[in-house]
Ligand binder design. Sequence first.
Ligand code: SAM
Length: 630
Amino acid sequence: MAGRPAAQVLLDAKASSIEVQLDVNGKGKGLVATRNINEGETVFVERPLVSLQHLDNHGSAVVCQACLRFVGSVELQIGHKLRCLVEQLRGAQHGAASGNQSGSGDSQEDEEGEVDLEGALEAGERLEQIYSHVTPERIADLCSGTVTLPLSDDFRRPPPVPCRRGCGALYCGAGCEAEAWEHSHCLLCAAASPPADAAPAPASTSAGPAEEPAAPGPSSSTTAADETSAAAAAAAGPSSSAVAATDPSAAAAPTDAGAGPSATAAAAGAGPSSSSAPPPPPAAAAATEEELYGIRVDRRALAAFWDHARETNEIFLLAAQVVAATLLRAAKLVATSSASAASEAAPSQQQQQQQQEDGATSTAAGPSSSSASASLPGPSGPSGAGGAHAGACRSALLAAWRPYKYGWKRCWWESVAVPDDVEDEGEFRAQLRSLASDSLELLSAAITDPRFGPDLLQLEVYGSIVGMFELNNMGLSVASPVEDFFLAVDEMDELDEQEGGAADNKLAVTKVTQPLLDALDAEYATPCEATAFLALQSCINHSCDPNCTAACDTGNRTVTVLAQRDIHAGEEITLSYIDVSLPYKDRQADLRDYGFVCRCQRCVADAAAARAKRQGGGARGGVRVGGRRR
Ligand SMILES: C[S@@+](CC[C@H](N)C(=O)[O-])C[C@H]1O[C@@H](n2cnc3c(N)ncnc32)[C@H](O)[C@@H]1O
């Protein structure tokens, strides 16, 4: 999650024998190989700049909120999954029962407000099925770590380390907790107040009782993502609609490649920065305010921001990470440059004093020391100081923004693909704009910084950051240790059978594990599902016959792009954003969600073949249709 300057990313790209070119075959910028790359070779390795476990996945997988590694014991994973499943099913039953009164459009009502009795019945049956295999007490024991399953030791992951403020976020160790904190969480943690002994997270290594995980954010409902409003759900687009594990989604125009916050705003027609200064915080929040690196944070207002994002669209949480990370980095850069300017000034004052003491002439000391002081920010400085400080802030903000500038950014409400069932596109887009505006207002009330806020916290800039996720995200999937655990139990059975003995042992193990497997049913192997933004990946164009694949390694917190066939120097690096085993028409339909008509060689050939067929000639020989499947 930690941000790296784009310059560093590009250096890595060079080292990996690829380069970013600004116009690749009319598709905007793209990555091109600068040498021959062999099949199976690593093209480059990259770390996500920001990532987020999907909110509706929190009930299925307890993972580190920084690196997405599973944490805790298999018992915890199974218990947590069953507990959340039960809560969710109870909610489904309850939703149907109360649907008539609430009219809230929850998940048990269809769009006309009809109660989904069928869904409620199904939920009831599933609940019965679960309880025929496990008791509520058993689930509680699994969650609390008071039960140990046979063979589970081999599948134990690092014990969870909670967020230092106690918001419920968990990490795989103190390192990840600290990194997330420094990256953006210190500004986004919505816990009302730190625990009394708010020390940095412990570097816990014991496999003690399992931590009870909570969904991130101020409220710990594990079904919050189901409450998504109809408009936001419709707007979720490709980024939230089951992206394949390694597919980046994207839409881009190369001209924006270097745009920083204000450039983006200017391009989008935003007014002067001062016109969109953040609104003042609500008076009621005064008690929950604090200041970090000169940035004012209001935890109560943050809770409202989180609630809004959970109820509308999680994409705002990713955007908030970018905003918070950028503000923090800029604030730290300003602090560092102020400190170094101060330390440069200090010797010269000392020198002046020394010279005076030595009886030297005043002309040798005065001007130089005063001009050094003049560059320092602060109300007591000469009239030029404010301007110099503003300039330093601006440079710091642009430097902090650099890692994100490569992602193509179009305003979210303008770039989202319109769902088929939407009749009035204008109204749909206006609704999205209004959602983004509400989200920004809440975020601006929660995080305020007069130095950078007016530039960064503008609706057009915020919309373009949200749009960046809509168009450039990469879906990540991390396999669950629970799957491996049940597999090991299976294999043990085979082993025992082969050895023709230990039947008692086999029976003893499956007697304990089988009811859990039966209760979990098909959901026993649910992976961690997340979304991430990666600077270089966001430059890779789609092909329906891609030459690369991408794979996620949570251990290293990296995504690796691998050549899946030989690539020649000068050839474009491509990935597939969709299921390329689909026929031409379906592929084009899927890519419409990404906002472009595919111009890859395979599609050009397919289109030509379709044209020829329409003209009655059928596909001519020599036209290559189809190709490598993902
Ligand atoms: C993730 S971005 C890739 C980088 C992008 N070309 C840029 O300039 O930033 C995806 C966007 O690139 C363009 N693109 C990618 N693959 C394409 C393809 N096969 N055919 C046409 N345009 C494509 C589309 O505009 C798409 O929205």
